[in-house]
Ligand binder design. Sequence first.
Ligand SMILES: [Zn+2]
Length: 282
Amino acid sequence: MPELPEVEAAARNLRRWAVGRRIEAVRAGAGATRIFRPASARALSKLAGSRVREVKRRGKNLLLTLETPSGPLGLWSHLGMTGKWLLRAQDDPSPRFSRLALDLDDGTRLDYADLRLFGRVRLVAGARFDELPDLRALGPDPLEDGIDAPALHARFAKSKLPVKVALLDQRLLPGVGNIQASEALNRAGLDPRRPARSLSLAEVKTLARAILASIRFTLAKLAPRGRHGADGDIEYVEEPGTPNPFRVYGREGAICPRCRKGKIARIVQAARATFYCPRCQR
Ligand SMILES: [Zn+2]
């Protein structure tokens, strides 16, 4: 499931592939109306003739600004659980589960593919992304803005949740999800079951550094991918046959990369799997 690093990789790909390009034609595939909620697939015809000016990312949200004859138009893309943007030549076959295809003026085609249809593509009038409640609720982006450890410590102080569960709140650290939370807590040597409010400021500072280190580590393994970059399309760890790029996530029973003595254990917190080292995470 895409988290901040995977979405950042998608943002970098979209910049390489699409900024400055004109969208010449738009096609909606099967299941498209579930992706385009609440906008109708028909509304997407507005995209044809526009030019991609800018691609930004906030948390797990991709924010594309397009130029149209009637002014800027926003395209908000959230990858959900299985969404991915892929580049193909226009005469290549569509990738599996393509829900939306944008023909660009250089003979390429951007496909938005999504197996499970939890993603979303939405038009935003005037590219006024700040007016969207979903985006306005997000805290500062960890990679773009850094992590304010004293502010995070103050938020944790009000939490009744275990630190691993508290970390998943997108209003705190947008883009940090289930995988990055496990990875960062291992790097920081913190037990994921500890109440968030029990962490000292020094521990939160260590955790903040660990989150950024984990995001950068994962990102380095992902980008650049796809056409004109290395290797093939981006793959998510849940997909069969995909190598696991993570240090502890999905590695139950493996030797801990931190202490090199303990074995990674798997527990369930708030219905999500947590991986950690019972020996060195205190
Ligand atoms: Zn360990």
